[in-house]
Design a protein around this ligand. Sequence first.
Ligand code: GLU
Length: 518
Amino acid sequence: MSLRRVRVRFAPSPTGPLHMGGVRTALYSYLFAKKHGGDFLLRIEDTDQTRFVPGAEQYIIDSLKWCGIAPNEGVGFGDGPHAPYRQSERKPMYRQYAEQLVRDGYAYLAFDTAEEMDALRKVAEANKQTFAYDSSSRLHLRNSLTMTQEAVEAAIAAGENYVIRLKVPRDEEIRFTDLIRGEVKFNSNVVDDKVLLKGDGMPTYHLAHIVDDYLMEITHAIRGEEWLPSAPGHILTYRYLGWEDQMPAYAHLPLLLKPDGNGKLSKRDGDRLGFPVFPMDWSDPSSGELSSGYKERGYLPEAFVNMLAFLGWNPGTEQEIFSLEELAAAFHIEQVQHAGAKFDPEKAKWFNEQHLRQLDAGIIAHSLRAQVAEQFGLSADDAKLSDAYLTKAVELLKPRVQFENEMPRVGSYLFEAPKEFDQAVIDKKWKPDYIPFFEALKDTFAAASAQDEASIKLQFEETCAAHHLKPGEVLQLLRIFVSGQSGGVDLFGMLALLGASECANRLTAAMEHAVKKA
Ligand code: GLU
């Protein structure tokens, strides 16, 4: 690694909501920058105005914030020394570099019209070929390589539209070292003469990102695999601009694949299989179509980034649960796999479950209060909304759910008495002989002064003994009578939280309701 300060950019185009693959690119860039004590910056690549989507830039900013991977420089995060960070605002900076390349013989002006290009494409298609503007075709086309100097000047004077294209040499080997893939080689004959500057004076991505990476002193460019075929053109552009020794190290990330491994993960897979592919909800400004996000589904941001980090990378140890700081410390870009990474929606939920368990119960309780109050119609001063009660409820429920927002539903019996009982299990387990036992237990609970878990357990055991019952015979019935359900949170923890007198009330109601049916 060079001695330059590490500077890594995330450079999305605001063409829609950021896909989770894009968030992973941002995450790896962030982790790499943090690991090396460097800078992480956000540059908005909006040179293709035809694909601009209103709201997309803000969505990108909000998503990075939610994930906790905020850049320390760039659009939406406080401008740094290289402002502006939006390419459309940098437009006047690019032309000089395209012109420098033309002057030095590494680029040329192409006057071919859109119609002419279309016609060439159609002819190629008819011959089952693809048209490429490259070293094999450019000498048959209308450009400054085939026209005289006077003809070029006349065309410009007449206001003819032209683009500037990179002049890729013939039969050259272009190599570079990718941080993930090692040495990569291309023959220049497969590289086309990319447009660098468009007719309207706007640069293309191919020129703009190079100029910006150079001016912004970027040392590492981490991006999706779809850019690998363009990389040789980018290497040449650096070389021809005389910046090769400043070229950032490139890392091309593997694709995210569908759960079955067949092809790229798309929004449609998410819709079909019921998982989000976006970090946050997104409503398409033109169609109004809604796409759901991890945030609104109830994922914790730390679980989402942990899961994403493992889509294509792992530390080579057993540990899977990492905080963001731990990820930054453990991350090595060289360990990123070459092959596509299969997305597993169940594993995503598992990551959430693990992070949820590590989260402080008091914090979860605080964030659940409003949901619980609303769902069960509790008034603000209800004891069940107290910090102590909610925190204990969360502690009981934590091992039983994958998402915080499932807690009120899964543990509804902690907030209201059951209205229904698992009758099938009651029918199987119930014996009329148990009536005196439950009556006695109810009375014991009703009269209990101590309400803690140990006392309640002792009262239960003593009542069992007095009725010559083994606890195992009546435990599940007791659970159903109090909670309605045959499974759930730790039984004595639940009884203690509800309190002995509430348990007594519920036993009375249950005996009337459920046992009569049995
Ligand atoms: N604007 C490009 C994109 O959104 C960025 C590629 C890069 O990081 O160089 O894919």
